[in-house]
Design a binder for this molecule. Structure first.
Ligand SMILES: C[S@@+](CC[C@H](N)C(=O)[O-])C[C@H]1O[C@@H](n2cnc3c(N)ncnc32)[C@H](O)[C@@H]1O
Length: 218
C-alpha cells in the first residue's frame, strides 16, 4: 500500500489501483464502518461532505496544524468529527450537536479520544456554550436548518479568530425546498457578513443540493 500525505494529517492511499482518502489514528474501532488499514482510516466522500470537498478542491480546505482548535457545528454521531479529530491530533474539536440521541454515540467516540469536547446545544444560540469555548482557527458547519447563514454569522462573530477559516456546508433544500439551489445559494451568500468568501463549490456527485462555502474572517 502506498501512502502520500497531501496536507497535514490527510493522506491518499493507493489500494488495488485506486486512490482513497484517509486520516491516521491510534483508535482501532471503526466509527461508521470505515475500513482501517495499518492505522489509516479510509475517509468516505459519500458519508462526509468534508471528504467530498477535499476531493473536489484540495485548495479550498485550510491546512490545519496538528494543534488547531476547531468548532464543529452539527456533529451528529461523529463521522466527520472523527476525521477532524485525527487531523488536529494535538488540538481540540468542540463538537456541537442538539440531538440527544446522536450525542449518545458521539460521547462514546469522545471516551476513546481526548481531543473532542462534546457540547449538547443549539448552534443557533452560541452564547449558551461560551463558558466552554476559546477562539478557534476553523469553524465547520453542517446543520440542516432554514437559517444556516445566520447560524454561521453568529458563531463566527463570537468564536472565530481574525483570519480564521470558515466552511459552511449549505443544504439548500433545508433553506427552501421550492426555490432553485442556485437562488438559495446566492441569497445565503449575501447574508454571510464579515467573511471573505471563496467561490462556492457544488458537492456533486457526492452530495446533491449541497454547496461548500468557505472563507476567512476579515
Ligand atoms: C447532516 S447531519 C451532520 C453530519 C455530520 N456533520 C457528519 O459529517 O458526520 C446534521 C446534524 O446537525 C444537527 N443539527 C441541526 N440543527 C442543529 C442546531 N441548530 N444545533 C446543533 N445541531 C444541529 C442534526 O441533529 C444533525 O445531527
Amino acid at each position: 500500500m502506498i501512502s502520500l500525505e497531501i496536507s497535514p494529517g490527510i493522506f491518499t492511499l493507493e489500494i488495488e489501483g485506486q486512490k482513497r482518502l484517509a486520516t491516521r489514528s491510534d483508535d482501532a474501532v471503526p466509527v461508521y464502518g470505515e475500513r482501517i488499514l495499518e492505522s489509516f482510516r479510509l475517509w468516505d466522500p459519500f458519508r462526509s461532505k468534508l471528504a467530498a470537498l477535499l476531493l473536489k478542491s484540495r485548495s479550498t480546505m485550510p491546512a490545519l496544524s496538528r494543534d488547531a482548535r476547531v468548532l464543529y457545528l452539527g456533529a451528529a454521531t461523529g463521522t466527520t468529527v472523527s476525521h477532524v479529530s485525527d487531523i488536529v491530533r494535538d488540538g481540540l474539536v468542540y463538537a456541537v450537536e442538539f440531538s440527544p440521541r446522536s450525542m449518545r454515540d458521539l460521547v462514546r467516540l469522545c471516551e476513546r479520544r481526548n481531543n473532542i469536547v462534546p457540547i449538547l446545544a443549539d448552534a443557533a444560540r452560541p452564547e449558551e456554550y461560551a463558558p466552554l469555548l476559546e477562539p478557534v482557527d476553523l469553524i465547520y458547519q453542517d446543520v440542516s436548518q432554514r437559517n444556516q447563514a445566520e447560524i454561521a454569522c453568529r458563531n463566527s462573530d463570537r468564536y472565530l479568530k481574525p483570519g480564521g477559516e470558515f466552511i459552511l456546508m449549505l443544504k439548500t433544500r433545508s433553506v427552501d425546498v421550492n426555490a432553485s439551489p442556485q437562488a438559495v445559494l446566492q441569497e445565503q451568500i449575501k447574508k454571510l457578513q464579515g467573511l471573505d468568501l471563496m467561490p462556492a463549490l457544488d458537492l456533486l456527485p457526492f452530495h446533491q443540493d449541497h454547496f461548500a462555502i468557505s472563507g476567512k474572517k476579515c
